[in-house]
Design a protein around this ligand. Sequence first.
Ligand SMILES: Nc1ncnc2c1ncn2[C@@H]1O[C@H](COP(=O)(O)OP(=O)(O)OP(=O)(O)O)[C@@H](O)[C@H]1O
Ligand SMILES: [Mg+2]
Length: 372
Amino acid sequence: MLIVKNAASLDFSFVPGNLPAREAELEMLRNIIMEPLKSGVSSTIIIYGPSGTGKTVTAKYLLRSDPKIITVYENALSFGSLKSLLVDVLLKMGKVVQDKGVTYQQIFRILKGQISQNDGKMLVVIDEASGIMKSDPEGFYNLIRAEELYSAKLSCILISIDDPTTYLTGKQRRAFGVFSSIRFRPYSEAELEMIVDDRARTSLHSGSYTQSIISEIAQIASRFGSARVAIELLQKSAYLAQSNGTDAITPEDVRSAKALINPYVTESKLSDLNTDELIVLMAICRNLFDNPETDISSTYSTARIIAETHDYDVPDLQKIYRVTSKLESVGMIDSRISGKGDRKGVSKSIFVNDIPVKVLFEKIDDMISKAR
Ligand SMILES: Nc1ncnc2c1ncn2[C@@H]1O[C@H](COP(=O)(O)OP(=O)(O)OP(=O)(O)O)[C@@H](O)[C@H]1O
Ligand SMILES: [Mg+2]
């Protein structure tokens, strides 16, 4: 069965047709950078925020939005200095310049020439800029003040994880003048759900996933507020399902994908658990083979069956409650209290995010059998 219909759109470098949950940021960037640039006013802006918050994709999206503006994207990690980065910008505009011995004045003079040939509108995005900003403040001074110093009209978007004003000295800050910055917040679970939903639609065959798979991915990724984690989970679960030959992504595929992303050592944790705890954990895992979550009463019935088949004392409900809380406190399982609408009160949903439950089930089964 084929799950993936468009592999390219699961790739990190893919720029989707719309960016859910970043509309406000895009609007700000348009107002601060794009509109002024169209009327010949250059400016610099910094985008900063944690990994996976869409900084790169938002900047790339913006770069594509106006064909009348010449745009260049550079990742600063590929360059030792801002000078060699700018030499590459020139190269991308068709000007070959020797890196060695070239001065900022020469670079910006050539850049200015190229910009005016192109109607005077140019935007450069420098991604992962913090290292180069720290090591080459002089270069940045030249870049940010390019208009005053060399009358080169060049707008610039700098991207970094942390707020650059925290590592600029007071003197540098005054020299650089004021420039705007936008902080990209970690995504909420609801926002991640929109992002994953949107991406699943463009990359996977309809019918190969359910809404609860999307929610599960969003929920795991929300711990990090990261769309990077979310998209990677979507991609890995899709390929796992495809290689298993199933028609659709299962909760187990998502858990296995999670394990691939963030390998989780369980053996030492398991060896700390007593038999009751191992049996309850096994029961929870068994219930999660085909469901994203389970509850106390299903855990109770499954635990009784497992205890009987292994010739252990059958636990009572009280014990299930107690052991479940213990497992949660040591981080083996997660739970969520959810309202039950029609039924009275609330119930506790139990789930396991970090570990593929089949693997865990077999591991415990093995431990218990050996112990006998
Ligand atoms: N609002 C969004 N809508 C759709 N996809 C998004 C959105 N935000 C991020 N993504 C996707 O999530 C992944 C990570 O985003 P991106 O690379 O832009 O994060 P980043 O903030 O640059 O992270 P890092 O600091 O690690 O480079 C990419 O695959 C990107 O396409
Ligand atoms: Mg990035």
